[in-house]
Structure formats: structure tokens, C-alpha cells
Design a protein around this ligand. Sequence first.
Ligand code: GDP
Ligand code: MG
Length: 442
Amino acid sequence: ALTDKLSRLVKDLRGQGRITESNVTDMLREVRMALLEADVALPVVRDFIARVKDKALGQEVLGSLQPGQVLVSIVNRELAATMGEGVSDINLAAQPPAVILMAGLQGAGKTTTTAKLAKHLIEKRKKKVLTVSGDVYRPAAIEQLKTVTAQAGAEWFPSTPDQNPVDIGRAALDYAKKHFFDVLLVDTAGRLAIDEALMLEIKNLHAVLNPVETLFVVDAMQGQDAVNTAKAFKEALPLTGIILTKTDGDSRGGAALSVRQITGAPIKFAGTSEKLDGLEVFDAERHAGRILGMGDIVALVEQVTAGVDIEAAKKLADKVKSGGGFDLNDFLAQIQQMKQMGGLSSLMDKLPAAMAAKAGQVDMDKAERDIKRKEGIIHSMTPLERRKPDLIKATRKRRIAAGAGVHVQEVNRMLKEFEQMQDMMKKMKGGGMMKMMKRLGG
Ligand code: GDP
Ligand code: MG
């Protein structure tokens, strides 16, 4: 949808050489909508839009670019810069054991992330890691940490529900010192911001442990409320980093921007699955595209306009328009252009989140192999057959299949696909997609 909006706006702004107060307003309205739809909190959106407007005003629009494109790229860059600032791995610069305190709401993913971090620190940084649970309110939570710690290959320090979290922290720290652990990961009970007693408890725990990292674990699917939660945790604790969990869900993850802006702490990692290897260094650029709901549309546009031979596209469009028909040579040209653009998977990487999620269900390697086979089939046809696919009946099909080293069914399938494409081309009367790309590419 944003692609449509973008092209509409780009059309409206065509021929304006500069971003001005008057032409920027509509565009910013769209950006604002996109941010709100991604669940970025309202005050954060306001702030962000003001910053973007500042940067955009008076910005000259160079070369073949349009104001719309320039603004989108400013928004994208600003989003990525804001969220990506200060990104770094876990800080362990402390007299061992380096203590890492996990904070956040119930269900945010603290326990899971504790084990993910343990695994990361063991495997990537060769550390000796101890975990402990201060979640004394739910016996199952302590057991849960025990289980996932074992899966991560770390050691678990026992605690029980009748203990005080501060005592647990102290005992675990002692043990970690005596046994030369490099890192102590302290999982805590999920708390609601409004629960002052629990907030006080984690503050006390912080005071005793003096952690080198105090990580705020937040669910990427959290909506507008992320601001209040983040505020309360920032007031209670000197947060040193954020971990954004459940980025594999289908939310657009606007919480990342809200929480980054409110706490000022860098987003260090993103949780990408329930499994313990589902932890990745936070990729601000990718996440910016996701929030805007358009993947890296700027890069996509550039890639596509670079890859598509505009002249060839125009010729094809004219040919279709004049009733010249879309033949197998054109089909082959399209397949080859797809390859020129850097392959399917690189293209899919840049698609909007929702589309990419769908695309993720497709096996990309297989899809690329598929393209090569289709190419092979068309190459086994005579020039006449390519121009007049109607001629291709049983005998020719067998010959073509043999030539390409595939089954006849595969030739059939490809011809069917070609027919569908031909139909689509007829309907598009000159290729709406090509037109849009030409417009964007100038
Ligand atoms: P806690 O209450 O903060 O300790 O949260 P948990 O670690 O128990 O996680 C709550 C739920 O979220 C569990 O079902 C986890 O498997 C799930 N979870 C945590 N992180 C992720 C993630 O990055 N992706 C997905 N899909 N699920 C996650
Ligand atoms: Mg937990």
C-alpha cells in the first residue's frame, strides 16, 4: 500500500526540484501514518517527524530523483540512524564476573533471552557463563531458566521461591567469583511498571549486583504502551541496552523506535525465534524498512531501475500495446532481467515485511534453480517456436524436453505460466509496473 502511496505522491510532486514546506506536508502525513500503523508511540512520532522535516526542508532534489524519493530516503536514513546509534555487542568490560541484569515486563522474553545470551557469550566470545533466576513468584520460571540454561551449555545457579531475590543475587555473585565465571546473567521476574514494590525490588537487586549491563527486554509487538513501560524502567534503572524480542512476529515493530527514543539506550540484539539460536545483532536499517512497511524500497527502486533496461521495457510495452503480443522471447527476457537484478533472494530481502514473510515460505534456492530450468527450456526451442508458442504441440514438446533435459510436464508447466503472464500483460496494457518504475527512475 505504501508503494502505491509513494508512486502517487511521486507523481504529484513530479517536476518540483526542491523539498519545500508545501510539498513536504502531504508526504510527511503519509510517513506519520506509516509510523502510527507500525505502532510507534504518538509523542515519538511527533518528535521524529519534526526532525525529518528539519532535515528535508530545502533539500535539493538532484538528477533524476523526485522529491518523494528523496524524502523517503531521508526518513529511512533518519530511522536507521536513530535506532542504530551506539549499537555494540554486550559490554563485558568489568572485573569478572561481569554481571548482566535482565529487566522487562512479564512475557517480554527475559528468560528465553537470558539463555540466548548465554549461548552467544559462550560460542561467540568464549566465556564461562552462569545464570540465576530471581523470579521467585513463579516456581515454574526458575525451572524454565534451568532447562534453557542447560540447552545453552551454561551453568545454572539454583534458587527457590522462598528466597529473597536480593539474597539470591548476592549468593550467585559469590559463587560466580569463587568459580571464576566470566559472566553472571541474572534473570528477573516480569513486572508491571505500576507495581512499585517490584520496581523497588529490582532497584535493590541492581544496587547489590552493580551490573555492567542492565538490559531492557521488550517485545517488538508491544504497541503504544511501549513508551510508558520504557519510561518506568528508565526511571528505575540505568539501562545500558535494549533487546527487542519476537521480531519474527508479523508486527511492524514500531516499539523499537519508541523505546530507543525514550530510554536513549542502544538496541543491541533482536530475538528472531523461540529457539536459542534466534538472537541476532540488531539491524537498524532492515528494521527501519520494516517500520515503514516497505522493506528497503529506496534500494529496491534503485536496484530495479539499474537492472531493468528502460529502453527494452519501453519497447516491450509498446509492442504489447500495439497488439504485437507477448511471446516466449519476451518471457525469456523477463526471466533474464530477474537474474540481472541480483537474483530472487536479494530482491526478496528488500520487499516489505508482509510480502517478505510470504516470500519466506518459498524456497529461494529452488526458485532460482527453477528460473535456470525455464531458461534451458526456452533455449531448446527454435526461434519460430519462441515467436509462435501455439505451434508447440506434443512432438515439439518431447523434443524440447529432451533438449533441456527435463520432463515434458515441466515444459507444460512453463508454457502454462507463460500463458498466464501473457494474459496479465494484455490486461496491463503496456505494463503498469514498468511505467511505475520509469516514473520513479525518472
Ligand atoms: P519472560 O516472562 O520475560 O521471562 O518471557 P519468556 O522468556 O518466558 O518468553 C515468553 C514467551 O515468548 C515464550 O513462549 C518464549 O518462547 C517466547 N519468546 C521469547 N523470545 C521470542 C522471540 O524472539 N521470538 C518468538 N517467536 N518467541 C519468543
Ligand atoms: Mg521469565
